[in-house]
Design a protein around this ligand. Structure first.
Ligand SMILES: N[C@@H](CCC(=O)N[C@@H](CS)C(=O)NCC(=O)O)C(=O)O
Length: 209
């Protein structure tokens, strides 16, 4: 196993799914977190002047998607068959790029300084995006085997990404009027994986996004 160092900011955001995969597979790594004040003084040393960056035995890999997929392969949770791999990637791209990444616009004061506007945008997102999306996802989950995991019998990083997504927009998910029993069960099943439960219990609780 290479020696891993994960560089990121002291927030959840684009490192959280990476951290969940590392926790799930009990992969040893060192984490170096930068404060927002410190970041401008170090950013130049990274490949695209952004983080996350995973250093593996001295080789630097940037882009959260590339790091996530690499670690999912290392952990053996990227799907067993080529079809499962495609399905897992499909779900992860939707959860992360269509939901989590979109939430930054109404979560981050740096992107929207007005708190009232952030609340309005969050409500708009809930009604126009999240509610129809979860209704659709519940149906898709049933159509694709009905669990116990997103890829049917095989646990994949899509399940961790769904867990991450719900945690990210938990306050909004709680306001969704329609029940989604399959999705709810899936979330709880992931939350009860011992290493994930342990990770959640010990992680910094006050981090943004
Ligand atoms: N597409 C890149 C985006 C990376 C990115 O923009 N990271 C942010 C933190 S989440 C960053 O480094 N911001 C500081 C900066 O751009 O100076 C990825 O997914 O890794």
């Amino acid at each position: 196993m290479p020696k891993y160092i994960l560089h990121y900011l002291d927030i959840d955001a684009r490192a959280e799914l990476i951290r969940l995969i590392l926790a799930y597979d009990d992969i040893h790594f060192k984490e170096i977190l930068y404060s927002f004040e410190e970041w401008p003084t170090v950013k130049e040393k990274f490949p695209y002047e952004t983080v996350p960056v995973l250093v593996m035995d001295g080789k630097e890999v940037a882009q959260s998607g590339a790091i996530t997929r690499y670690l999912a392969r290392v952990a053996g949770i990227n799907g067993k068959t080529t079809t499962e791999k495609a399905m897992a990637d499909m779900y992860v791209d939707t959860f992360i790029y269509d939901i989590v990444e979109k939430s930054y616009s109404f979560r981050l004061p740096a992107l929207e300084p007005d708190e009232e506007k952030r609340k309005e945008k969050a409500q708009e997102f809930l009604k126009e995006k999240l509610i129809p999306f979860l209704d659709q996802l519940e149906e898709l989950y049933k159509k694709n085997g009905g669990g116990p995991w997103f890829c049917g019998e095989t646990f994949t990083y899509a399940d961790l990404a769904y867990f991450r997504m719900v945690n990210n927009v938990h306050d909004l998910v709680m306001q969704v009027p329609t029940p989604h029993p399959h999705l709810q069960e899936n979330y709880e099943r992931t939350a009860n994986i011992p290493r994930i439960a342990e990770y959640q219990k010990n992680k910094k609780q006050d981090r943004i996004i």
